[in-house]
Design a protein around this ligand. Structure first.
Ligand SMILES: C[S@@+](CC[C@H](N)C(=O)[O-])C[C@H]1O[C@@H](n2cnc3c(N)ncnc32)[C@H](O)[C@@H]1O
Length: 231
């Protein structure tokens, strides 16, 4: 999948461009009303969730499809699992491990089947804390290009999650300011928020660079704090 390859390619650059994702992970963990000793992080990357946990825990399982991202994840009390959360085998790899709490920050928006992913998570842990970028991210860019967002809208995210969890949620908007539009587009490429798919022609991108009306990029994130309907 394109975005998975992009994380492998840009794992090191991601560390300098994860500005919004760092804020998202911090907000997610700080506002989680549950503390767990056995933790799972889905799409753990280089460890933003882990770095924000300020309570004592026994074990932390960091699951991610990118070996290079996981190589940058801290290791203390951590088991790292390289696998694709859209693949049913991924959930079998967790084996007999049991969890108190599952996290996922800035990763599940890439799921090919988000409802299925929520189903697997709800079967795996009694509580969850998830943050997903929504289709409101880069809304003006998509509007100028006449493209639909490659990621889910907030209504669908909430509907899919609610089938498997009882959910409390919050929607937050973020703006990231830049000196010029060129820097903005470099940011999009390196930060892991683009799909890694070239969907616009060179002429369209030139037009975008000339006409983009803001000095900032727009992001929309939905935060979910959830109790499984199964565990
Ligand atoms: C934007 S990064 C977020 C990383 C970390 N959670 C954070 O908050 O900084 C998204 C992560 O999700 C992982 N990812 C994307 N699609 C995945 C999939 N289908 N299965 C497992 N991991 C995936 C990527 O490799 C990447 O490490």
């Amino acid at each position: 999948m394109n975005h998975i390859k992009e994380f492998e390619r840009f794992a090191h650059e991601y560390q300098n461009y994860k500005i919004i994702q760092s804020r998202v992970a911090k907000h997610l963990v700080r506002n989680t009303p549950f503390c767990g000793r056995y933790l799972l992080d889905i799409g753990a990357g280089s460890g933003e969730v882990y770095r924000n946990i300020d309570w004592d825990f026994e074990r932390f399982v960091a699951l991610d499809s990118s070996k290079k991202m996981l190589a940058l994840h801290p290791s203390a009390k951590v088991r790292k699992i390289v696998c694709d959360f859209d693949d049913a085998c991924c959930w079998q790899k967790l084996g007999s491990d049991s969890f108190d709490l599952a996290f996922s920050a800035s990763a599940l928006q890439w799921s090919k089947n988000l409802e299925k992913a929520f189903f697997h998570i709800a079967k795996t842990a009694p509580f969850g804390a998830f943050a997903l970028f929504t289709s409101g991210t880069f809304a003006t860019i998509h509007e100028i290009l006449g493209l639909s967002s490659p990621i889910y809208n907030k209504e669908d995210i909430l509907a899919f999650a609610s089938r498997h969890f009882m959910v409390d949620y919050e929607v937050r908007g973020y703006r990231l300011f830049f000196e010029d539009t060129k820097q903005m587009f470099t940011y999009i490429k390196r930060s892991g928020v683009s799909s890694g798919r070239k969907r616009a022609s060179v002429a369209q991108l030139r037009h975008l660079l000339q006409t983009y009306p803001h000095r900032y990029l727009e992001f929309e994130v939905v935060f979910l704090w959830a109790k499984s309907r199964y565990c």
